[in-house]
Design a protein around this ligand. Structure first.
Ligand code: AMP
Length: 218
């Protein structure tokens, strides 16, 4: 596949992050996750992080201007020359138009968009069951890939934690924000024939294989 921006689209819990990490390694192109960048800013208590924290914890979207600013700064780094993966961005029509403008300005071709589709009941379990190791960042799921010992990381013994926005109230808000603001992007990209559907109701390895097949044909 020639150098091209890949956009991973899908509801919270669809597996965008897991797949983006794997495909980034296989293709040797950067994985750009606005959620990870924002969480990092929150942890370091930068002005950006302090401003975004309340919205993130409540499961609401951070404003377009803020997210577009951090994403643009990252996309303009030289390591994206051979392509890159956007995970969790764009999430609104305004963000999608912003990405189009950025790609045009950079003389790049239109993106390829992978829409990972997952049944709602499964999404809910993936989110409520998600636990992260604070030491190595390894991610478990209490339903599907639990640690051997109760909420302790198998790899380094870290005490696993639940993201504030994976609590049930926040999850409802995140799924609502997805339906209202992000789902319209499916049509936005489909109408321009840039969208490929991926069945996300399967184990991660099977989803990765399907994505690789799609990329091979693209
Ligand atoms: P994620 O890890 O992608 O689920 O993102 C976690 C949280 O970061 C989201 O619930 C939002 O509060 C915020 N966030 C991440 N990406 C975006 C985006 N593209 N637009 C607005 N808010 C975002």
């Amino acid at each position: 596949m020639r150098a091209r921006a890949l956009i991973f689209l899908g509801a919270p819990g669809a597996g965008k992050g897991t797949q983006a990490r794997e495909i980034s390694m296989r293709l040797g192109i950067p994985h750009i996750s606005t959620g990870d960048m924002l969480r990092d800013a929150v942890q370091k208590q930068t002005p950006l992080g302090l401003a975004a924290k309340a919205q993130m914890d409540a499961g609401e979207l951070v404003t377009d201007d803020v997210v577009c600013g951090i994403a643009a700064a990252r996309i303009q780094q030289p390591d994206t020359a051979n392509g890159f993966i956007l995970d969790g961005f764009p999430r609104t029509l305004r963000q999608a138009e912003f990405v189009d403008g950025l790609l045009r300005q950079g003389g790049r071709s239109a993106p390829l968009v992978l829409n990972i589709e997952v049944d709602p009941a499964l999404l809910f379990k993936r989110l409520t069951g998600r636990r992260t190791c604070p030491i190595g960042g390894h991610i478990y799921n209490l339903y599907f890939s639990p640690p051997k010992n109760d909420e302790i990381c198998d790899l380094d013994g870290g005490k696993l934690f639940q993201r504030a926005d994976d609590r049930e109230e926040a999850i409802e808000q995140r799924l609502h924000a997805y339906e209202q603001l992000t789902r319209p992007l499916v049509d936005y990209y489909r109408q321009r024939a840039l969208l490929k559907a991926v069945d996300g109701n399967r184990p991660p390895e099977a989803i990765t294989e399907e994505i690789c097949r799609i990329l091979g044909d693209a």
